[in-house]
Write a protein that binds this ligand. Structure first.
Ligand SMILES: Cc1cc2nc3c(=O)[nH]c(=O)nc-3n(C[C@H](O)[C@H](O)[C@H](O)COP(=O)(O)OP(=O)(O)OC[C@H]3O[C@@H](n4cnc5c(N)ncnc54)[C@H](O)[C@@H]3O)c2cc1C
Ligand code: FES
Length: 416
C-alpha cells in the first residue's frame, strides 16, 4: 500500500467513526422534561472531558424519599452523553433550568422557565450525581400563598427516565481537605444535603479524621438519611453523630432516635465538643444561621474556620469588612436608571440589594436563588459600578452585574 493510499484509508475510517458517533448520540438523545428551550449561543454544552459550560442533559435514573414524612426526595442523575464526570468539591451544588408548564407555574398564557440550585448530597462519583430536595410549602402564617414552584415540580412531575438541564457543580462552600483539623458539620433541616456530601467524602478519603455532625430536625418524621447516618456512626468511630430533635413525636426515643432535645446552640457545642481547633460548616434555616454563626465568632472561632451557606437570600454577613470598595453612605442618594423601562430611581440605601430595589418599585426582573449562585438575575451594566459584600458564587460575565447581591457604588445604567 502506498503512503497516499494509507492516508486515504485512515481518512475514510476517521470519517466513518465520526458519523457513527453522531448517529449514536442522536439516537440516544431523549425528549427533555418540560421541553426547555434549545441552548442559547452562550450555553454551549462541551461535555468532552467530563467538565462543561452551559447546560448539559442529565437523566433521572432513580428517585427515593429520604424521610418518613416523604418531604425530602433524592434524585439520582446520570449524564445523557455518558461521558464520565470530573470530581466536584464536596459541599458544592448544581444549578437546574426547569420549564414548568402553565399548570405548575400558575402563569396564564404559558410555561415559565425557572432556575434553582440544589446541593450535591453524596460524595463525588464519576458516574452520576445525587441531589435531595425538600418540598417547600407555603409559609405557616401565609397559607394562601402558592407552595414552592421548583421543589413541587420535582416532587410531583420529575420521574425516572426524565431528562433535566444542569449547569456544572459550583460554589465556595466545601470541605477543607486538611485532615489534621477536625470538622464540625452543623445542619438544620434540608441543610443536611451538603453535609452528607462532605461527610461521605471524609469517611471515604480521610477515615481517621474526626468529624462531628450536629443535625437538627423537628422529629423522626423529617429526620432524613436516618438509617444511613446511624450505620455510618456505628461503623466509623471517628464520626460522632449528634441528632437534635426540637419537637419529638410520641414514639421518638432519646438515645435511640436522637441524642439531644432542643436546638443546636453554643451551649450544646461547648458541652459536647472536645477542646482544640475545629473547622465549622453551617447550613440551615435563617434563625439558626443568624444565631449560630455570630455565636461561633463570639466563642472565639477564627473567621477562616467558619464556613456557611444559606439556601435562601443571604441571612448572615461575614464579620468585618469584606471589600476594599468604599461603602455607600445611606444618606447619599444614587441614581439608578433602568434603560429599557425608561425609569430613573433614587437608591437611598434602604434595600439589601438592587433586585429588592427594582421589585419594590414594581419592576419585573427574573430571579432564581437570590444568593448570587444561579446567574438568573445577571444584568448588563451599561454604565457605573456595582459592589458586592462578598464574592458571588456565580462567575459574572464582563460588563454585567448580579442584581440579587449587588449594590450601586456609583450612578448606574442597567439594561432592564
Ligand atoms: C446554593 C443553594 C443550595 C441549595 N440546596 C438545596 C438542597 O440541597 N435541597 C433543597 O431542598 N433546597 C436547596 N436549595 C433551595 C432551593 O434552591 C430552592 O430555593 C427551594 O427548593 C425553594 O424553591 P421553590 O421554587 O420550590 O420555591 P419558590 O417558588 O421559590 O418559593 C419559596 C417559598 O416562598 C413562598 N412564596 C410563594 N409565593 C410567595 C409570595 N408571593 N410571597 C412570599 N412567599 C411566597 C412559597 O410558598 C415557598 O415557601 C438551595 C439553594 C441554594 C441557593
Ligand atoms: S437570582 Fe441567582 S444569582 Fe441572582
Amino acid at each position: 500500500m502506498t503512503a497516499t493510499q494509507l492516508l486515504a484509508y485512515i481518512s475514510v475510517a476517521l470519517l466513518l467513526q465520526v458519523a457513527a458517533g453522531v448517529a449514536f448520540a442522536v439516537w440516544r438523545r431523549p425528549a427533555t422534561v418540560g421541553a426547555p428551550a434549545p441552548a442559547s449561543a452562550d450555553e454551549v454544552v462541551t461535555a468532552v472531558t467530563g467538565a462543561w459550560s452551559g447546560w448539559r442533559d442529565f437523566r433521572v435514573v432513580r428517585r427515593e424519599f429520604e424521610d418518613a414524612a416523604q418531604t425530602q426526595c433524592s434524585f439520582h442523575l446520570q449524564p445523557v452523553d455518558g461521558v464520565p464526570l470530573t470530581p466536584f468539591q464536596p459541599g458544592q451544588y448544581l444549578t437546574f433550568s426547569l420549564k414548568t408548564p402553565e399548570a405548575v407555574a400558575g402563569a396564564p398564557g404559558g410555561a415559565r422557565t425557572i432556575t434553582r440550585c440544589y446541593s450535591l448530597s453524596d460524595r463525588p462519583d464519576s458516574t452520576g450525581y445525587r441531589i435531595t430536595i425538600k418540598r417547600a410549602l407555603a409559609p405557616a402564617d401565609r397559607p394562601e400563598l402558592p407552595p414552592g414552584l421548583s421543589s413541587g415540580y420535582f416532587h410531583d412531575r420529575v420521574h425516572e427516565g426524565d431528562v433535566l438541564q444542569v449547569r456544572a457543580p459550583s460554589g465556595h462552600f466545601f470541605i477543607d481537605p486538611d485532615a489534621s483539623v477536625p470538622a464540625v458539620f452543623i445542619a438544620g433541616g434540608i441543610g443536611i444535603t451538603p453535609m452528607m456530601s462532605m461527610l461521605r467524602w471524609c469517611i471515604e478519603e480521610q477515615p481517621e479524621r474526626l468529624v462531628h455532625l450536629y443535625y437538627g430536625v423537628r422529629s423522626s418524621g423529617d429526620h432524613a438519611f436516618k438509617q444511613v447516618l446511624e450505620d455510618l456512626a456505628a461503623a466509623h468511630p471517628a464520626f460522632k453523630l449528634n441528632v437534635v430533635y426540637g419537637n419529638p413525636g410520641a414514639d421518638d426515643v432519646l438515645d435511640r432516635d436522637y441524642q439531644h432535645l432542643g436546638y443546636i446552640d453554643l451551649t450544646l457545642l461547648r458541652r459536647t465538643l472536645p477542646h482544640g481547633r475545629h473547622q465549622f460548616y453551617v447550613c440551615g434555616p435563617p434563625p439558626m444561621m443568624q444565631s449560630l454563626v455570630p455565636a461561633l465568632r463570639e466563642w472565639g472561632v477564627q473567621a477562616d474556620d467558619i464556613h456557611f451557606e444559606a439556601f435562601g437570600p443571604a441571612s448572615v454577613r461575614p464579620a468585618g469588612p469584606v471589600t476594599n470598595e468604599p461603602a455607600v453612605a445611606n444618606s447619599a442618594s444614587i441614581d439608578v436608571r433602568f434603560s429599557r423601562s425608561g425609569r430613573t430611581l433614587a437608591w437611598d440605601g434602604q434595600d439589601a440589594n438592587l433586585l429588592d430595589f427594582a421589585e419594590r418599585h414594581g419592576l419585573a426582573v427574573d430571579s432564581g436563588c437570590r444568593t448570587g449562585s444561579c446567574g438568573t438575575c445577571q444584568t448588563r451594566l451599561l454604565s457605573g459600578a456595582v459592589t458586592y459584600a462578598d464574592r458571588p458564587d456565580f462567575d459574572i460575565l464582563k460588563g454585567h452585574c448580579l442584581l440579587c447581591v449587588g449594590k450601586p457604588q456609583s450612578a448606574l445604567v442597567l439594561d432592564v
